[in-house]
Design a protein around this ligand. Structure first.
Ligand SMILES: [Zn+2]
Length: 294
């Protein structure tokens, strides 16, 4: 893959010799706008909020039924990445193909969300559920776009500020959960909204062994699955947070047990549902979590 990307750059440079100093990150759309490429539509939506009408944003992963962890980069997507002016990506092993592109390309600005995470001792990669990290990403995008396109810097900065204000109102909703429901036991099929659960001060009582297996990409042991079932069956958690983007027979069975026992199920996804912005999606997720806890 790396070789093919390198060839792509060489071809681009050979055809436009005047651009040799700026490498293959130079605008190829020909409209003078910075090209931003995000890996998932989560980061794409955040980038688009800052970009506004002044930069073009492309997301590689938008399919709400696919698991981004198992995404494989296609040829045209590799070309999009190596032609970008700015790449906004998750990092932390979530989208490792980006680092390969960056290694063989020059002049592409980057914002790596995981590297900007608030708590460096926490290695959960789903950092878009950590609003402090998202603020750092938004500021990073505004700075990178202002550098690439100084004529529109004030627009980038203003939209970044507006985004932070909107995000603050969601953080206020999370605070209300903390006030009303701190230390309520909850459980999750996958620790995707880990940072949200922490911010809301809820107690994740998912069997540790089950959670570790999921995080490592392994099948949970029968014993840890049985412990999970038992916990739901006895309603020792008030809510089951359920990732509909990574479900199989075992998670569906857990969901059935939860529903039968009267444990509220809160569906979550790893990428944006169709037609929703990041802010809509987070506001909605927090509202559904609050409703399930009430
Ligand atoms: Zn995940």
């Amino acid at each position: 893959m790396r070789a093919r990307i390198r060839i792509g750059c060489v071809v681009a440079l050979a055809s436009i010799s005047a651009l040799t100093m700026t490498g293959c990150s130079t605008d190829t759309a020909g409209n003078g706008m910075p090209d931003v490429v995000a890996t998932t539509n989560v980061w794409g939506s955040i980038a688009a909020a800052v970009a506004g009408p002044d930069a073009k944003v492309t997301s590689l992963i938008s399919d709400p039924s696919a698991d981004p962890h198992s995404f494989e980069l296609g040829a045209s997507q590799a070309a999009d990445l190596s032609d970008a002016d700015l790449i906004v990506y998750n990092g932390g092993g979530y989208d490792p193909y980006v680092d390969q592109v960056l290694e063989s390309s020059h002049g592409i600005a980057r914002v790596n969300a995981f590297d900007l995470r608030t708590d460096k001792s926490d290695n959960n990669e789903h950092v878009w559920f950590d609003y402090g990290t998202v603020v750092s990403v938004v500021r990073g995008i505004a700075t990178a776009l202002s550098d690439k396109d100084p004529a529109h810097a004030s627009g980038y900065q203003e939209r970044a500020k507006q985004f932070e204000t909107d995000l603050q109102s969601i953080q206020d909703d999370v605070k209300k959960i903390t006030v009303a429901h701190a230390h309520t036991p909850i459980t999750e099929t996958e620790p995707v909204p880990h940072y949200l659960v922490q911010a809301a001060n809820l107690d994740d009582v998912t069997p540790l062994e089950f959670q570790k297996a999921i995080e490592d990409g392994n099948d949970p042991s029968p014993a840890s699955t049985a412990a999970f079932r038992d916990l739901l069956d006895h309603k020792r958690a008030k809510v089951l947070i359920y990732n509909i983007q990574a479900q199989d027979n075992s998670t569906e069975a857990l969901r059935k047990i939860a529903t039968a026992a009267g444990v509220h199920v809160v569906e979550i996804t790893e990428t944006l549902p169709k037609g929703k912005s990041y802010l809509d999606w987070q506001r909605d997720t927090v509202a559904r979590l609050a409703a399930a806890l009430s």
